[in-house]
Write a protein that binds this ligand. Structure first.
Ligand code: NDP
Ligand code: MG
Length: 407
Protein backbone atom coordinates (compact mmCIF):
# COMPACT_ATOMS: atom_id res chain seq x y z
CA UNK A 1 0.00 0.00 0.00
CA UNK A 2 1.34 3.45 -0.85
CA UNK A 3 1.87 6.29 1.59
CA UNK A 4 -1.10 8.11 0.08
CA UNK A 5 -3.59 5.34 0.74
CA UNK A 6 -2.27 4.72 4.22
CA UNK A 7 -2.79 8.32 5.19
CA UNK A 8 -6.28 8.36 3.63
CA UNK A 9 -7.28 5.21 5.44
CA UNK A 10 -5.77 6.26 8.74
CA UNK A 11 -7.48 9.58 8.46
CA UNK A 12 -10.88 7.88 8.40
CA UNK A 13 -9.75 5.42 11.06
CA UNK A 14 -8.72 8.07 13.56
CA UNK A 15 -12.18 9.59 13.48
CA UNK A 16 -14.11 6.37 13.59
CA UNK A 17 -14.82 5.56 17.23
CA UNK A 18 -15.37 9.20 18.06
CA UNK A 19 -17.78 9.82 15.21
CA UNK A 20 -19.81 6.63 15.54
CA UNK A 21 -21.41 7.93 18.73
CA UNK A 22 -21.71 11.51 17.63
CA UNK A 23 -23.33 10.76 14.27
CA UNK A 24 -25.92 8.39 15.70
CA UNK A 25 -27.59 11.29 17.50
CA UNK A 26 -27.16 14.25 15.18
CA UNK A 27 -28.90 15.00 11.89
CA UNK A 28 -26.64 15.54 8.91
CA UNK A 29 -27.27 18.61 6.81
CA UNK A 30 -26.86 17.81 3.13
CA UNK A 31 -26.21 19.86 -0.02
CA UNK A 32 -27.17 17.97 -3.19
CA UNK A 33 -25.48 19.29 -6.32
CA UNK A 34 -27.46 17.98 -9.28
CA UNK A 35 -30.67 17.13 -7.38
CA UNK A 36 -32.70 16.78 -10.60
CA UNK A 37 -30.49 14.00 -12.00
CA UNK A 38 -30.54 10.25 -11.49
CA UNK A 39 -28.31 10.26 -8.36
CA UNK A 40 -29.89 13.48 -7.01
CA UNK A 41 -33.43 12.08 -7.25
CA UNK A 42 -32.40 8.82 -5.57
CA UNK A 43 -30.60 10.74 -2.82
CA UNK A 44 -33.83 12.62 -2.09
CA UNK A 45 -35.73 9.31 -1.98
CA UNK A 46 -33.21 8.08 0.60
CA UNK A 47 -33.54 11.28 2.63
CA UNK A 48 -37.33 11.22 2.56
CA UNK A 49 -37.28 7.65 3.91
CA UNK A 50 -34.97 8.77 6.77
CA UNK A 51 -35.98 12.28 7.84
CA UNK A 52 -34.67 11.61 11.34
CA UNK A 53 -31.10 11.32 10.01
CA UNK A 54 -30.89 13.92 7.22
CA UNK A 55 -31.96 17.45 6.42
CA UNK A 56 -31.66 19.10 2.98
CA UNK A 57 -29.83 22.44 3.07
CA UNK A 58 -29.10 23.09 -0.61
CA UNK A 59 -30.45 21.78 -3.92
CA UNK A 60 -28.98 22.65 -7.32
CA UNK A 61 -30.16 21.91 -10.86
CA UNK A 62 -29.01 22.61 -14.41
CA UNK A 63 -32.16 23.62 -16.25
CA UNK A 64 -35.00 21.46 -14.89
CA UNK A 65 -36.84 24.28 -13.06
CA UNK A 66 -40.11 22.38 -12.59
CA UNK A 67 -38.50 19.46 -10.79
CA UNK A 68 -36.31 21.76 -8.70
CA UNK A 69 -39.40 23.68 -7.59
CA UNK A 70 -41.28 20.47 -6.78
CA UNK A 71 -38.32 19.10 -4.77
CA UNK A 72 -37.91 22.40 -2.92
CA UNK A 73 -41.57 22.51 -1.91
CA UNK A 74 -41.19 19.03 -0.47
CA UNK A 75 -37.79 19.30 1.24
CA UNK A 76 -37.74 23.03 2.09
CA UNK A 77 -33.99 23.66 1.62
CA UNK A 78 -32.40 26.88 2.80
CA UNK A 79 -30.99 27.66 -0.66
CA UNK A 80 -31.39 26.52 -4.27
CA UNK A 81 -29.39 27.19 -7.44
CA UNK A 82 -30.68 26.92 -10.99
CA UNK A 83 -27.74 27.12 -13.39
CA UNK A 84 -29.81 28.08 -16.43
CA UNK A 85 -30.37 31.81 -15.90
CA UNK A 86 -33.39 31.82 -18.22
CA UNK A 87 -35.18 29.71 -15.56
CA UNK A 88 -34.15 31.87 -12.62
CA UNK A 89 -37.26 34.12 -12.48
CA UNK A 90 -39.60 31.12 -12.62
CA UNK A 91 -37.83 29.43 -9.69
CA UNK A 92 -37.62 32.74 -7.80
CA UNK A 93 -41.37 33.40 -8.21
CA UNK A 94 -42.21 29.93 -6.93
CA UNK A 95 -39.80 29.73 -3.97
CA UNK A 96 -39.25 33.27 -2.72
CA UNK A 97 -42.62 33.30 -0.89
CA UNK A 98 -41.42 30.17 0.96
CA UNK A 99 -38.34 32.03 2.20
CA UNK A 100 -35.99 29.86 0.13
CA UNK A 101 -32.97 31.72 -1.26
CA UNK A 102 -32.62 31.34 -5.04
CA UNK A 103 -29.43 31.87 -7.03
CA UNK A 104 -28.35 31.19 -10.59
CA UNK A 105 -25.29 30.47 -12.77
CA UNK A 106 -21.96 30.56 -10.98
CA UNK A 107 -23.48 30.29 -7.51
CA UNK A 108 -22.99 26.51 -7.12
CA UNK A 109 -19.33 27.10 -6.35
CA UNK A 110 -20.29 29.51 -3.54
CA UNK A 111 -23.28 27.92 -1.82
CA UNK A 112 -21.26 24.78 -0.98
CA UNK A 113 -19.34 26.79 1.62
CA UNK A 114 -22.43 27.60 3.75
CA UNK A 115 -21.81 27.04 7.48
CA UNK A 116 -24.91 24.88 7.91
CA UNK A 117 -23.74 22.14 5.47
CA UNK A 118 -22.14 18.94 6.81
CA UNK A 119 -21.88 16.89 3.60
CA UNK A 120 -21.86 17.91 -0.05
CA UNK A 121 -23.19 15.21 -2.39
CA UNK A 122 -21.59 15.94 -5.78
CA UNK A 123 -24.02 14.53 -8.35
CA UNK A 124 -23.32 16.97 -11.17
CA UNK A 125 -22.26 15.42 -14.41
CA UNK A 126 -18.77 15.84 -15.92
CA UNK A 127 -16.18 18.59 -15.47
CA UNK A 128 -18.79 20.94 -13.97
CA UNK A 129 -18.32 19.09 -10.66
CA UNK A 130 -14.69 20.14 -10.23
CA UNK A 131 -14.85 23.72 -8.94
CA UNK A 132 -17.74 23.23 -6.47
CA UNK A 133 -15.91 20.20 -5.04
CA UNK A 134 -12.68 22.17 -4.62
CA UNK A 135 -14.57 25.00 -2.88
CA UNK A 136 -16.47 22.59 -0.62
CA UNK A 137 -13.25 20.87 0.47
CA UNK A 138 -11.56 24.23 1.09
CA UNK A 139 -14.53 25.10 3.34
CA UNK A 140 -13.94 21.84 5.27
CA UNK A 141 -17.06 20.01 4.04
CA UNK A 142 -17.05 16.22 3.81
CA UNK A 143 -17.81 15.03 0.29
CA UNK A 144 -20.11 12.22 -0.86
CA UNK A 145 -18.60 11.84 -4.30
CA UNK A 146 -20.73 10.61 -7.18
CA UNK A 147 -19.10 12.90 -9.75
CA UNK A 148 -16.16 10.62 -10.62
CA UNK A 149 -14.98 13.04 -13.34
CA UNK A 150 -13.71 15.36 -10.56
CA UNK A 151 -11.13 12.77 -9.47
CA UNK A 152 -10.32 11.79 -13.05
CA UNK A 153 -9.56 15.39 -14.03
CA UNK A 154 -7.70 16.51 -10.91
CA UNK A 155 -7.24 13.58 -8.52
CA UNK A 156 -3.91 14.76 -7.19
CA UNK A 157 -5.20 18.24 -6.42
CA UNK A 158 -8.42 17.00 -4.81
CA UNK A 159 -6.82 14.33 -2.61
CA UNK A 160 -4.06 16.77 -1.56
CA UNK A 161 -6.64 19.38 -0.56
CA UNK A 162 -8.77 16.82 1.29
CA UNK A 163 -5.72 15.69 3.24
CA UNK A 164 -4.75 19.27 4.05
CA UNK A 165 -8.26 20.21 5.22
CA UNK A 166 -8.93 16.94 7.08
CA UNK A 167 -11.94 16.26 4.87
CA UNK A 168 -13.25 12.76 4.13
CA UNK A 169 -14.31 11.75 0.62
CA UNK A 170 -16.97 9.05 0.77
CA UNK A 171 -17.44 7.19 -2.52
CA UNK A 172 -20.95 6.96 -4.00
CA UNK A 173 -19.97 5.05 -7.13
CA UNK A 174 -21.16 1.50 -6.36
CA UNK A 175 -17.80 -0.17 -7.08
CA UNK A 176 -15.86 2.26 -4.90
CA UNK A 177 -18.47 2.07 -2.16
CA UNK A 178 -18.05 -1.72 -2.30
CA UNK A 179 -14.28 -1.41 -1.86
CA UNK A 180 -14.75 1.15 0.90
CA UNK A 181 -17.13 -1.23 2.70
CA UNK A 182 -14.69 -4.15 2.28
CA UNK A 183 -11.96 -1.99 3.85
CA UNK A 184 -13.92 -1.16 6.99
CA UNK A 185 -11.97 -2.59 9.92
CA UNK A 186 -9.06 -3.34 7.56
CA UNK A 187 -7.53 0.13 7.17
CA UNK A 188 -4.20 -1.05 8.57
CA UNK A 189 -3.95 -4.13 6.30
CA UNK A 190 -2.06 -3.96 2.99
CA UNK A 191 -4.15 -4.33 -0.18
CA UNK A 192 -2.68 -6.65 -2.82
CA UNK A 193 -5.21 -5.66 -5.45
CA UNK A 194 -8.80 -4.64 -6.00
CA UNK A 195 -11.17 -6.16 -8.55
CA UNK A 196 -13.55 -3.66 -10.13
CA UNK A 197 -16.58 -5.39 -11.60
CA UNK A 198 -18.18 -4.16 -14.83
CA UNK A 199 -21.55 -5.19 -16.24
CA UNK A 200 -20.09 -5.09 -19.75
CA UNK A 201 -22.91 -2.82 -20.91
CA UNK A 202 -25.51 -3.53 -23.62
CA UNK A 203 -22.93 -4.54 -26.27
CA UNK A 204 -20.96 -7.14 -24.31
CA UNK A 205 -19.64 -9.83 -26.65
CA UNK A 206 -20.19 -7.78 -29.82
CA UNK A 207 -17.45 -7.06 -32.36
CA UNK A 208 -16.33 -3.76 -33.92
CA UNK A 209 -18.26 -4.41 -37.14
CA UNK A 210 -21.47 -4.56 -35.08
CA UNK A 211 -20.54 -1.52 -32.97
CA UNK A 212 -19.99 0.65 -36.04
CA UNK A 213 -23.74 0.82 -36.60
CA UNK A 214 -25.24 0.89 -33.09
CA UNK A 215 -27.66 3.74 -32.47
CA UNK A 216 -28.04 6.20 -29.64
CA UNK A 217 -31.23 4.52 -28.39
CA UNK A 218 -29.56 1.08 -28.37
CA UNK A 219 -26.60 2.50 -26.46
CA UNK A 220 -28.92 4.15 -23.92
CA UNK A 221 -30.43 0.79 -22.89
CA UNK A 222 -28.28 -0.35 -19.98
CA UNK A 223 -28.98 -3.96 -18.91
CA UNK A 224 -28.82 -3.42 -15.11
CA UNK A 225 -28.74 0.26 -14.12
CA UNK A 226 -31.04 3.23 -14.79
CA UNK A 227 -28.71 6.25 -14.96
CA UNK A 228 -28.18 9.64 -16.61
CA UNK A 229 -27.45 9.70 -20.36
CA UNK A 230 -23.72 10.50 -20.15
CA UNK A 231 -22.79 7.67 -17.76
CA UNK A 232 -25.04 5.26 -19.67
CA UNK A 233 -23.07 5.89 -22.88
CA UNK A 234 -19.81 5.69 -20.90
CA UNK A 235 -20.96 2.27 -19.64
CA UNK A 236 -21.67 1.08 -23.17
CA UNK A 237 -18.17 2.11 -24.36
CA UNK A 238 -16.47 0.91 -21.12
CA UNK A 239 -15.14 4.45 -20.63
CA UNK A 240 -17.09 4.42 -17.38
CA UNK A 241 -14.91 1.56 -16.13
CA UNK A 242 -11.82 3.44 -17.31
CA UNK A 243 -12.89 6.53 -15.36
CA UNK A 244 -13.55 4.30 -12.35
CA UNK A 245 -10.05 2.78 -12.54
CA UNK A 246 -8.58 6.29 -12.33
CA UNK A 247 -11.05 7.22 -9.57
CA UNK A 248 -9.89 4.15 -7.59
CA UNK A 249 -6.18 4.99 -7.90
CA UNK A 250 -6.86 8.29 -6.13
CA UNK A 251 -9.48 7.21 -3.60
CA UNK A 252 -7.55 4.20 -2.34
CA UNK A 253 -3.97 5.22 -3.18
CA UNK A 254 -3.38 2.28 -5.52
CA UNK A 255 -1.02 1.70 -8.43
CA UNK A 256 -2.58 0.75 -11.75
CA UNK A 257 -1.14 -2.76 -11.52
CA UNK A 258 -3.16 -3.25 -8.32
CA UNK A 259 -6.44 -2.73 -10.19
CA UNK A 260 -8.09 -5.50 -12.18
CA UNK A 261 -11.29 -5.10 -14.17
CA UNK A 262 -13.58 -8.12 -14.48
CA UNK A 263 -16.81 -8.26 -16.44
CA UNK A 264 -19.61 -9.58 -14.23
CA UNK A 265 -22.86 -9.23 -16.19
CA UNK A 266 -25.23 -9.84 -13.24
CA UNK A 267 -23.94 -6.78 -11.28
CA UNK A 268 -24.41 -8.58 -7.94
CA UNK A 269 -20.80 -8.38 -6.73
CA UNK A 270 -20.13 -4.65 -6.76
CA UNK A 271 -16.34 -5.03 -6.38
CA UNK A 272 -13.73 -6.89 -4.31
CA UNK A 273 -10.53 -6.39 -2.35
CA UNK A 274 -7.74 -8.95 -2.19
CA UNK A 275 -5.50 -8.52 0.84
CA UNK A 276 -1.81 -9.42 1.23
CA UNK A 277 -2.65 -12.86 2.68
CA UNK A 278 -4.67 -13.76 -0.44
CA UNK A 279 -8.06 -13.41 1.25
CA UNK A 280 -10.72 -11.74 -0.94
CA UNK A 281 -13.65 -9.72 0.40
CA UNK A 282 -16.59 -8.83 -1.84
CA UNK A 283 -19.56 -6.54 -1.28
CA UNK A 284 -22.79 -7.83 -2.79
CA UNK A 285 -26.36 -6.78 -3.29
CA UNK A 286 -28.98 -5.96 -5.87
CA UNK A 287 -27.97 -3.21 -8.31
CA UNK A 288 -29.53 -0.20 -6.55
CA UNK A 289 -27.64 3.10 -6.15
CA UNK A 290 -29.70 4.04 -3.09
CA UNK A 291 -27.54 1.82 -0.87
CA UNK A 292 -24.16 3.40 -1.75
CA UNK A 293 -25.78 6.86 -1.59
CA UNK A 294 -27.12 6.14 1.91
CA UNK A 295 -23.81 4.66 3.09
CA UNK A 296 -21.84 7.68 1.86
CA UNK A 297 -24.16 9.95 3.83
CA UNK A 298 -24.40 7.79 6.98
CA UNK A 299 -20.84 6.41 7.34
CA UNK A 300 -19.77 4.85 9.66
CA UNK A 301 -23.32 3.80 10.58
CA UNK A 302 -25.55 1.36 8.74
CA UNK A 303 -29.11 2.63 8.83
CA UNK A 304 -31.91 0.03 8.59
CA UNK A 305 -33.69 0.17 5.20
CA UNK A 306 -36.59 -1.42 3.36
CA UNK A 307 -34.61 -1.74 0.08
CA UNK A 308 -35.35 -5.02 -1.77
CA UNK A 309 -33.05 -7.82 -0.56
CA UNK A 310 -30.93 -10.14 -2.70
CA UNK A 311 -32.41 -13.64 -2.88
CA UNK A 312 -29.60 -16.08 -3.70
CA UNK A 313 -32.10 -18.66 -4.94
CA UNK A 314 -32.99 -16.22 -7.71
CA UNK A 315 -29.41 -15.62 -8.87
CA UNK A 316 -28.22 -19.11 -9.63
CA UNK A 317 -25.31 -17.89 -11.75
CA UNK A 318 -22.60 -15.37 -11.02
CA UNK A 319 -20.26 -15.26 -14.02
CA UNK A 320 -17.00 -13.47 -14.74
CA UNK A 321 -14.98 -12.78 -17.89
CA UNK A 322 -12.05 -10.65 -19.02
CA UNK A 323 -12.91 -7.29 -20.61
CA UNK A 324 -12.32 -7.04 -24.37
CA UNK A 325 -9.89 -4.12 -24.57
CA UNK A 326 -9.41 -4.41 -28.34
CA UNK A 327 -13.10 -3.93 -29.09
CA UNK A 328 -13.79 -1.45 -26.27
CA UNK A 329 -10.70 0.74 -26.68
CA UNK A 330 -11.79 3.38 -24.20
CA UNK A 331 -10.85 1.17 -21.27
CA UNK A 332 -7.33 0.70 -22.65
CA UNK A 333 -7.07 4.46 -23.32
CA UNK A 334 -8.02 5.23 -19.72
CA UNK A 335 -5.27 2.90 -18.43
CA UNK A 336 -2.79 4.64 -20.79
CA UNK A 337 -3.84 8.14 -19.69
CA UNK A 338 -3.57 7.17 -16.03
CA UNK A 339 -0.14 5.58 -16.61
CA UNK A 340 1.13 8.82 -18.22
CA UNK A 341 -0.46 10.87 -15.44
CA UNK A 342 -0.17 14.66 -15.28
CA UNK A 343 -2.89 16.34 -17.34
CA UNK A 344 -3.56 13.27 -19.54
CA UNK A 345 -6.59 12.00 -17.55
CA UNK A 346 -8.00 15.54 -17.85
CA UNK A 347 -7.54 15.29 -21.65
CA UNK A 348 -9.19 11.87 -21.64
CA UNK A 349 -12.19 13.24 -19.75
CA UNK A 350 -12.69 16.40 -21.82
CA UNK A 351 -12.35 14.57 -25.14
CA UNK A 352 -14.79 11.93 -23.93
CA UNK A 353 -17.35 14.53 -22.76
CA UNK A 354 -17.32 16.15 -26.21
CA UNK A 355 -17.45 12.78 -27.99
CA UNK A 356 -20.37 11.51 -25.88
CA UNK A 357 -22.30 14.73 -26.40
CA UNK A 358 -21.78 14.50 -30.17
CA UNK A 359 -22.81 10.84 -30.17
CA UNK A 360 -25.98 11.76 -28.24
CA UNK A 361 -26.66 14.42 -30.89
CA UNK A 362 -26.12 11.73 -33.57
CA UNK A 363 -23.18 13.61 -35.07
CA UNK A 364 -20.65 10.76 -34.72
CA UNK A 365 -20.83 6.97 -34.56
CA UNK A 366 -20.20 4.71 -31.56
CA UNK A 367 -16.63 3.75 -32.51
CA UNK A 368 -15.64 7.31 -33.38
CA UNK A 369 -15.92 8.24 -29.71
CA UNK A 370 -12.66 6.43 -28.89
CA UNK A 371 -11.00 7.84 -32.05
CA UNK A 372 -11.64 11.36 -30.74
CA UNK A 373 -10.23 10.49 -27.30
CA UNK A 374 -7.14 8.77 -28.75
CA UNK A 375 -6.31 11.65 -31.08
CA UNK A 376 -6.70 14.23 -28.31
CA UNK A 377 -4.42 12.21 -26.02
CA UNK A 378 -1.72 12.29 -28.71
CA UNK A 379 -2.11 16.00 -29.61
CA UNK A 380 -2.56 17.93 -26.36
CA UNK A 381 0.77 18.94 -24.75
CA UNK A 382 1.72 16.97 -21.65
CA UNK A 383 2.01 18.73 -18.28
CA UNK A 384 3.61 16.59 -15.60
CA UNK A 385 2.47 18.42 -12.46
CA UNK A 386 -0.56 20.52 -13.34
CA UNK A 387 -1.95 23.24 -11.09
CA UNK A 388 -5.65 24.18 -11.09
CA UNK A 389 -5.19 26.68 -13.94
CA UNK A 390 -3.44 24.00 -16.04
CA UNK A 391 -6.49 21.76 -15.67
CA UNK A 392 -8.76 24.61 -16.75
CA UNK A 393 -6.57 25.28 -19.81
CA UNK A 394 -6.19 21.60 -20.66
CA UNK A 395 -9.94 21.07 -20.49
CA UNK A 396 -10.57 24.08 -22.74
CA UNK A 397 -7.86 23.19 -25.26
CA UNK A 398 -8.98 19.57 -25.46
CA UNK A 399 -12.61 20.52 -26.11
CA UNK A 400 -11.50 22.76 -29.00
CA UNK A 401 -9.31 19.99 -30.43
CA UNK A 402 -12.08 17.39 -30.08
CA UNK A 403 -14.54 19.63 -31.93
CA UNK A 404 -11.93 20.25 -34.65
CA UNK A 405 -11.51 16.47 -35.09
CA UNK A 406 -15.26 15.91 -35.29
CA UNK A 407 -16.12 18.80 -37.66
P1 NDP B 1 -27.75 13.11 -14.67
O1 NDP B 1 -27.44 13.56 -16.03
O2 NDP B 1 -28.93 12.25 -14.45
O3 NDP B 1 -27.88 14.37 -13.69
C1 NDP B 1 -26.96 15.43 -13.70
C2 NDP B 1 -27.40 16.52 -12.75
O4 NDP B 1 -26.49 17.63 -12.87
C3 NDP B 1 -28.77 17.11 -13.08
O5 NDP B 1 -29.34 17.59 -11.88
C4 NDP B 1 -28.45 18.27 -14.02
O6 NDP B 1 -29.44 19.29 -14.01
C5 NDP B 1 -27.17 18.79 -13.38
N1 NDP B 1 -26.25 19.40 -14.34
C6 NDP B 1 -25.85 18.89 -15.52
N2 NDP B 1 -24.93 19.70 -16.09
C7 NDP B 1 -24.76 20.74 -15.24
C8 NDP B 1 -23.95 21.92 -15.25
N3 NDP B 1 -23.11 22.20 -16.28
N4 NDP B 1 -24.01 22.75 -14.19
C9 NDP B 1 -24.86 22.51 -13.16
N5 NDP B 1 -25.66 21.42 -13.10
C10 NDP B 1 -25.59 20.55 -14.11
O7 NDP B 1 -26.44 12.38 -14.12
P2 NDP B 1 -26.33 11.17 -13.09
O8 NDP B 1 -27.12 11.46 -11.88
O9 NDP B 1 -26.51 9.89 -13.79
O10 NDP B 1 -24.78 11.24 -12.73
C11 NDP B 1 -24.23 12.25 -11.91
C12 NDP B 1 -22.80 11.87 -11.56
O11 NDP B 1 -22.80 10.69 -10.78
C13 NDP B 1 -21.93 11.58 -12.80
O12 NDP B 1 -20.63 12.03 -12.57
C14 NDP B 1 -21.94 10.06 -12.88
O13 NDP B 1 -20.78 9.55 -13.48
C15 NDP B 1 -22.00 9.68 -11.40
N6 NDP B 1 -22.61 8.37 -11.15
C16 NDP B 1 -23.90 8.15 -11.51
C17 NDP B 1 -24.49 6.92 -11.29
C18 NDP B 1 -25.93 6.67 -11.62
O14 NDP B 1 -26.46 5.59 -11.29
N7 NDP B 1 -26.63 7.60 -12.25
C19 NDP B 1 -23.72 5.81 -10.69
C20 NDP B 1 -22.38 6.17 -10.32
C21 NDP B 1 -21.85 7.41 -10.54
P3 NDP B 1 -30.78 19.32 -14.96
O15 NDP B 1 -31.29 17.92 -15.03
O16 NDP B 1 -31.67 20.22 -14.19
O17 NDP B 1 -30.35 19.87 -16.26
MG1 MG C 1 -19.90 2.65 -11.03
Amino acid sequence: MTARSLSFCCHINRQRTFKEKQIAHSKKHIAILGSTGSIGIQALEVISAHPEYFEVEVLTAGSNADLLIEQSKLFKPNTVVIKDSSQYQKVMDALDPMDIKVYTDGAVGDVVTMDSIDIVLTALVGYSGLLPTINAIKAGKNIALANKETLVVAGQLIMGLAEEKGVNIYPVDSEHSAIFQCLMGEWHNPIEKIVLTASGGPFRGQNREFLKFVTKSEALKHPNWDMGAKITIDSATLMNKGLEVIEATWLFGLRLDQIEVVVHPQSIIHSMVQFADGSIKAQMGLPDMKLPILFAMSYPNRIPTKFPRLDFANCAQLTFEKPDLKTFRNLALAFEASEKGGNMPCVLNAANEVAVSKFLHERIGFLEMSDVVETCLSKIPYIQTPCYQDYVETDKETRIKALEIIN
